[in-house]
Design a protein around this ligand. Structure first.
Ligand code: ATP
Ligand code: MG
Length: 570
């Protein structure tokens, strides 16, 4: 391929709307262009990378026994009503009416469609079945950001497993889990498999594959000693009493203090000269089964995913100012658990270890001192309902934890029978009884893989593609494009490499040598062959490894061997 004829516009300037390194580099290196909020065009160079990633995914899916299919993006809303996800997905679901007035959606994922399709399977003998597709998904994301890391239209590889029993599901899950580890490694992406929340998807076991990057939206908590890793949203907290400043103290009698205008943890702790960990926050929520108060230490944060799981109720939402006044008899900021009636009290484990704590007094401008759990209020339930902190210890081995930022590139779930029950996907078991199929689902963001690789592999001058997914293996730069002999030498070198099966781009543009070398580093093709001064003086080609900038001079006859050595390395 000749660059002079190739649609590969590079940019010196960073796009104004970009913060993430991958976003800047993918635009500057001519891989993508923004069309509108959360919508990107892929230019030929970008498409080549996507295709390489998809080829690896397809190979690993085939090895895991998954069969490729292709499902419509255009779906009747009715199908989503059958599982209730028309409500749980809310505004993320893009809805419209077709010309006959029928309610339609653009698929944000395909559990409903695949389950209704697989309902055709009637015998356990046809199981296990794993189907997958690579298809465009549509999500009206509230905050599209970081280029293709979070867009409204993106490519997903989504796979679904169908089994007769839980053992079968466990086997399918394990197979897909291992396929994911292999395919990320082949793409040159470093990932951590983390315990994760299941969210709107349902099911009870799930893992996210996280690529460490400062541009990641997720926080992963990781233990260096035992390898435990979990999304912060899902990370369990150690249940033994957490360090408490006052624990050696004896319980003292309750006392009321005036705290005029002090609502926040910070204000109250400064005013009363106590650390935030001595405060007990009382957060009021509304739920379908009535009001709930969550008690959490002043220096901790409620984890709503854990809270939702701890409660038998649904429809949890933070209470507004009016509800708070009605339930507690005091304005917001002064709620407390003592004599709070008609409200279910969910108390975090760490609160139970507080001695002589401070809470709101359910009276305007007033707090209570020396509040002791068990003595002054009785929990309805004690549970782990808080976010893990950097001071927490690993739940598995008790060692220190660290937080790292990461991009979620893949997510696998044990779904169970939520979708098969709702959509009538049953099979007859060996005894002739009808059973709902047990499902798993397995997603990968294809575009996100590309962006995450750029996040992990770049330097100050541009991208460093791993050879497995590089858009071309070799870039030949003819520094003096007007020189016929130099151009001919480039064609000869390209032919040798192409005959050996490598993709080659020849930079034959009439531009200054300096700007061509800059562009070469920017687009990040792993091996660069320079035809310039050395070639003119000695007839040798200069072979440069993009990642290290190590250079060597080779005769045209040994070019292929030299290039292959470098490609094997990366
Ligand atoms: P997130 O938490 O980042 O919103 P999700 O949990 O909703 O993602 P899944 O439904 O698990 O995503 O989708 C499977 C995969 O699709 C994700 O692991 C991610 O790699 C990719 N993906 C999800 N949303 C987007 C998006 N808006 N843009 C690009 N890729 C996405
Ligand atoms: Mg996810």
């Amino acid at each position: 391929m000749q660059w002079s004829q190739y649609f590969l516009p590079t940019l010196r300037e960073e796009p104004k709307d970009a913060e993430a390194v991958s976003h800047k580099l993918m635009v500057r290196a001519g891989l993508i262009r923004r069309l509108g909020s959360g919508a990107y065009s892929y230019l030929p160079l970008g498409v080549r990378v996507l295709h390489k990633v998809m080829a690896i995914i397809r190979q690993e899916m085939a090895r895991a026994g998954a069969q490729e299919c292709l499902l419509p993006a255009l779906q009747p809303l009715e199908l989503w009503k059958a599982t209730g996800r028309d409500r749980t997905l809310g505004d993320v679901l893009i809805r419209f009416k077709d010309r006959t007035g029928k309610d339609m959606v653009l698929g944000p994922t395909h559990e409903e469609v695949i389950t209704s399709l697989v309902a055709e399977v009637t015998s356990h003998r046809q199981l296990p079945l794993i189907l997958y597709q690579i298809q465009t998904k549509f999500r009206d994301e509230p905050r599209p950001r970081s280029g293709v890391i979070r867009s409204k239209e993106f490519l997903m590889k989504d796979a679904y497993s169908f089994d007769l029993d839980v053992e079968g599901l466990n086997r399918s899950y394990q197979r897909m889990f291992e396929a994911y580890q292999r395919l990320f490694e082949r793409c040159g992406l470093m990932v951590m498999a983390c315990e994760a929340e299941t969210g709107a998807m349902g099911g009870d076991v799930s893992h996210e594959f996280m690529a460490e990057s400062p541009s990641g939206e997720d926080l992963v908590v990781r233990c260096a000693s035992c390898g435990y890793a979990a999304n912060r949203e899902a990370a369990k907290c150690h249940l033994s009493p957490v360090t408490c400043h006052l624990s050696p103290e004896q319980p003292k009698p309750l006392e009321e203090v005036k705290t005029p205008g002090k609502h926040t943890v910070e204000q109250v702790s400064q005013f009363l000269h106590v650390p935030p960990s001595a405060l007990i926050k009382t957060m009021l929520y509304e739920s379908d089964a009535g009001p709930v108060a969550v008690l959490i230490r002043g220096d901790h944060e409620v984890n709503e995913a854990k809270l939702t799981r701890a409660l038998p109720t649904v429809g949890l939402k933070l209470a507004g100012a009016a509800t708070i006044e009605r339930l507690s008899g005091a304005p917001m900021g002064f709620t407390g658990p003592v004599k709070l009636s008609g409200v279910r009290l969910i108390v975090d484990h760490a609160v139970m270890a507080v001695v002589n704590g401070v809470t709101g007094a359910n009276k305007a401008e007033t707090h209570l001192l020396n509040v002791n759990p068990g003595r002054d209020f009785t929990p309805s339930q004690v549970a782990d309902v808080r976010m893990v902190t950097a001071e927490d210890r690993c739940v598995r081995c008790g060692d220190a934890l660290a937080f790292v930022r990461a991009i979620e590139v893949g997510h696998v779930f044990k779904l169970g029978t939520k979708y098969s029950q709702a959509l009538g996907a049953f099979v007859q078991d060996a005894g002739g009884a009808k059973q709902p199929m047990i499902m798993g689902c397995y997603g990968i963001g294809v575009n996100r893989i590309v962006a995450a690789i750029v996040e992990q592999r770049h330097d100050a001058n541009g991208i460093l593609w791993p050879s497995a997914i590089a858009p071309f293996a070799v870039l030949i730069s003819v520094l003096e494009a007007a020189n016929d002999q130099a151009r001919q030498a480039a064609q000869d070198a390209a032919r040798r490499l192409e005959d050996a099966g490598h993709d080659v781009l020849v930079d034959d543009r009439e531009q200054s040598p300096g700007s061509k070398l800059k562009d070469a580093d920017l687009i990040g093709i792993p091996v660069q062959v320079v035809i310039g001064k050395v070639w003119q003086a000695q007839g040798c080609l200069e072979v440069v490894e993009r990642a290290t900038k190590a250079r060597q001079q080779v005769a045209p006859e040994t070019l292929v061997v030299a290039v292959e050595k470098l490609l094997d390395k990366r």
